[in-house]
Design a protein around this ligand. Structure first.
Ligand code: MTE
Length: 368
């Protein structure tokens, strides 16, 4: 049964910006939060609507030519929710970020509009996920040495793109990544996974594009040959003048980004020194350095990292002391560098679907 409005949890307008079937976290909502994004503030990205699934009747089906005995879709290897709870489990702190996070800035900062949800920077969150390693389940199901790709598929409704039915959300994942650090999560921040975030079980694919973290997981095809779906051919590649005609290779890791924990177009008091706060994160690993500019990028000063050893799969919180010299409008810029040396450029090449906007974002504020 699909929920009427598409999203089940309440979306108070002071915490979320609504984008149809999707809901973006307002960054000011993180200002008084700890390291993690609470589940009730976590962004939601739904291709259709949140399905309500009963864990007691749910099972995970595994099938395909990459499993011993080559079980078919009609007679798969099955695991119930109870079976999953009996397997060794672990906890993982990781971000999930929409590949299009920041998409709106292609238009507002670079003058070229990309198609898709015009997110600002709130299509990201960090949570503590608990569940069973995907590698444990794949081994138990009899994955063979010949397996190359798996295809997890959600139980939400078929996705219809411009009148064309593309079937259920599914995206191939290379076996090397699937066996490395992917979790079949059934808890989020210490509570059962909420409906909007994939109840009863979702994938959490650390550091990778959000689409890889399939929610409401129903089945996994395991194949001894490469797999394809619209989610690795038509979507989640870069298309545009800077890329080959068929697009880039399918996107894997996310890039470096930073956000201020401030309302968009915030009004800030001039009278006292301001402690600006924000967070930076990267699919490339740990954030090493964050710099802030309050003069449109002419000069930069280092921000102080509040997390000494930020989780490489989460984010780094930072603080920047600023005493504005006069009232009026300002643009605040934050630029992070991760452990691979990747940093945020001033602009990025355009791509039509608006993925991976990793350029420095110009955050407008007014000092009053
Ligand atoms: N899984 C299914 N089954 N259906 C979806 O629509 N959206 C994907 C991914 N998994 C999606 C899905 C996308 S594009 C993202 S960014 C993340 O889920 C969002 O996870 P969240 O809604 O828990 O924040």
């Amino acid at each position: 049964a699909a929920a009427a409005g598409g999203i089940v949890k309440p979306l108070p307008p002071e915490l979320f910006i609504s984008h149809g079937t999707n809901a973006e976290m307002r960054w000011e909502a993180m200002r008084r939060q700890g390291y993690l994004t609470p589940a009730d503030r976590f962004f939601v990205r739904n291709h259709t609507a949140t399905p309500l699934i009963d864990a007691r009747t749910w099972s995970l089906k595994l099938w395909g030519t990459g499993l011993r005995g080559r079980p078919t879709e009609d007679s798969p290897v099955e695991l119930t929710y109870e079976d999953l709870l009996d397997l060794p489990s672990e906890t993982l702190t990781a971000s999930i970020e929409c590949t299009g996070n920041g998409r709106g800035f292609f238009a507002s900062q670079q003058g070229q509009e990309a198609s898709g949800t015009p997110w600002k920077l709130g299509a990201v969150g960090v949570a503590r996920w608990h569940g069973v390693r995907l590698s444990t389940v794949l081994r138990r199901a009899g994955i063979t040495r010949e397996a190359v790709d798996i295809m997890p598929r959600g139980l939400d409704a078929d996705y219809v793109d411009k009148g064309e039915n593309l079937g259920r959300v599914r995206r191939p994942l290379p076996v090397a990544k699937a066996m490395k650090d992917v979790l079949l999560a059934y808890r989020m921040n210490g509570a059962p996974l909420p409906a909007d975030h994939g109840h009863p079980v979702r994938l959490v694919v650390p550091s990778w594009v959000g689409i890889a973290s399939v929610k409401w997981l129903g089945d996994i095809q395991v194949a001894d040959e490469p797999l394809f779906s619209p989610w690795n051919t038509r979507f989640y590649r870069l298309f545009g003048p800077a890329y080959p005609p068929d697009g880039s290779a399918p996107l894997t890791r996310m890039n470096v980004k930073s956000a201020f924990e401030l309302p968009w177009e915030a009004e800030l008091p001039a009278a006292r020194p301001l402690a600006l706060r924000g967070r930076s994160w990267s699919g490339g690993g740990r954030i090493l350095r964050v710099e802030v500019s309050a003069d449109g990028g002419a000069t930069w000063r280092p921000a102080r990292l509040r997390d000494r050893h930020p989780d490489p799969r989460g984010w780094a919180r930072w603080e920047f002391g600023w005493q504005p010299s006069r009232p009026g409008p300002y643009e605040l810029l934050a630029r992070a560098t991760d452990e691979t040396g990747a940093t945020q450029p001033a602009t990025v090449p355009f791509n039509r679907l608006g993925y991976l906007f990793g350029a420095v974002v110009r955050h407008p504020v007014t000092v009053i």
